[in-house]
Design a protein around this ligand. Structure first.
Ligand code: PLP
Length: 439
């Protein structure tokens, strides 16, 4: 393998300082349990492409219509990425240029809304995302933002309140999907509400897109006007974003461009919202790496992987329940498990810090109706995508939860933390990661 991080590394010779830092990160990823639900480990092929020469190319514009010469090969790469994405998600339009999920969302908001219009998304503290209207984000600063919540008992979106908030505030755009929602997103029910108030409906499948691609989570394509995603979470591609539209949606939504007043196709408006609206040159090395990721996700093995992701999350949630942990919504349909630690007398912040000392990486997370601040929180979010990529299965999930439980129930005990750390390293070494990249 010719990756520039192995023993014959160019970096090693040119810049030992950063090489050393890279080696430490490779070891960290290899020897710790990565339970952050939004992270995953990409293939060597994706690493190679993401570190390849296409990083050199300026290609503002779209295939066949660039502002720069010499784009014939990157055009092919972007077309391949788009064709594969269309096949993977069964959609008619895709834009693979957004540098991130947040930028995909920004481009959509810029397309469908004027500044000051009203958007409606899932409350951040109930599992939503910053870009769904948080007041610290552009989406809450430029737009009038209202939010819906989950039901206190079921932990699922409360459609009575979604409907009544939508009727009261008449949002131009409703956003469904989130970052810490353990259940399937209810696209069909959101469609009903959007139709009742004449709103556009956007699905943000940043988290479950790999499960959607594998056919193991309902697809938003027939219900939502517009779909955004990241490419680096369950989809297991390079870090980035994408925008999609399902079949026959384009014809339904020939809309008037907010600025020029001319009637345009939505696809045209979306493309120009991404570039020149919010981005300049696309990251062609990343777009080519997205093409590889889409192809990987089209293979039968990916479906087996995605099923294992879900089986593993279920195994973790069942083990947690058996140990008296409270889970938001009582379990999971996806890769995400959201744990309320209130009854364990440990804050999310302390749990995250202490687990990290033992080599277990999770993130603190608000739980619905949390009484603590976002910097402390009452919960942690865990996810199965990354450890499933390493090859771990249900038996290992039980072990992982046993280790987490040892820490949570002995949160001050230094010797337990050290013992767990040794067990974590031994579990990880049975499922080696990136062994070809080690020094
Ligand atoms: C992760 C995430 C995003 C943003 O992705 P970035 O690439 O980090 O900008 C957007 N929406 C949701 C729901 C997410 O979970």
């Amino acid at each position: 393998m010719t990756n520039s991080t192995n023993a014959s590394s160019f970096i090693k010779r040119s810049d030992p300082k950063i090489y050393d830092i890279l080696q430490k990160e490779i070891s960290r990823e290899d020897l710790t349990l990565e339970l952050i639900a939004s992270e995953n480990f990409v293939s060597y092929s994706i690493l190679e492409m993401a570190g390849g020469v296409m990083t050199n190319k300026y290609a503002e514009g779209y295939p066949g219509a660039r502002y720069y010469g010499g784009c014939e090969h990157v055009d092919e790469a972007e077309n391949l990425a788009r064709d594969r994405a269309k096949k993977l998600f069964d959609c008619e339009y895709v834009n693979v240029q957004p540098h991130s999920g947040s930028q995909a969302n920004m481009a959509v908001l810029m397309t469908f809304l004027n500044v000051g219009d009203t958007i409606m998304g899932l409350d951040l503290a109930h599992g939503g995302h910053l870009t769904h209207g948080s007041h610290v984000n552009f989406s809450g600063k430029l737009y009038n933002s209202v939010s819906y919540q989950v039901d206190k008992d079921t932990g699922r979106v409360d459609f009575n309140s979604v409907r009544s908030i939508a009727k009261e505030f008449k949002p131009q755009l409703i956003i469904c999907g989130g970052s810490a929602y353990p259940r399937h997103v209810e696209f069909e029910q959101f469609r009903e509400v959007a139709d009742e108030v004449g709103a556009f409906l956007m699905a943000d499948i940043a988290h479950p897109s790999g499960l959607v691609a594998a056919g193991l989570h309902p697809s938003p394509m027939n219900y939502c006007d517009i779909v955004t995603s990241t490419t680096h979470k369950t989809l297991r591609g390079p870090r980035g974003g994408m925008i999609m539209m399902g079949k026959d949606i384009e014809n339904k939504w020939k809309i008037v461009a907010p600025k020029s007043g001319r009637t345009k196709m939505v696809s045209e408006l979306l493309d120009s919202s991404v570039m020149p609206g919010i981005q300049g040159g696309p990251l062609m090395h990343i777009i080519a790496a997205k093409a590889i990721a889409f192809n990987e996700a089209l293979q039968p093995e990916f479906k087996i992987y995605a099923q294992q992701v879900i089986d593993n999350a279920k195994a973790m949630s069942e083990t947690l329940l058996s140990k008296g942990y409270n889970l938001i919504s009582g379990g999971t349909d996806t890769h995400v498990v959201l744990i309320d630690l209130s009854n364990k007398d440990v804050t999310g912040k302390l749990a995250e810090k202490t687990l990290e000392k033992a080599g277990i990486t999770v993130n603190k997370n608000m739980v619905p109706f949390d009484k603590r601040s976002p910097f402390i929180t009452s919960g942690i979010r865990i996810g199965s995508p990354a450890i499933t990529t390493r090859g771990m299965k249900q038996n290992e999930m039980v072990q992982v939860i046993n280790l987490i439980d040892k820490i949570i129930t002995n949160i001050e005990d230094q010797s337990i933390i050290e013992k767990v750390k040794i067990e974590v390293e031994s579990l990880c070494s049975s499922f080696p990661l990136y062994s070809e990249l080690h020094n």
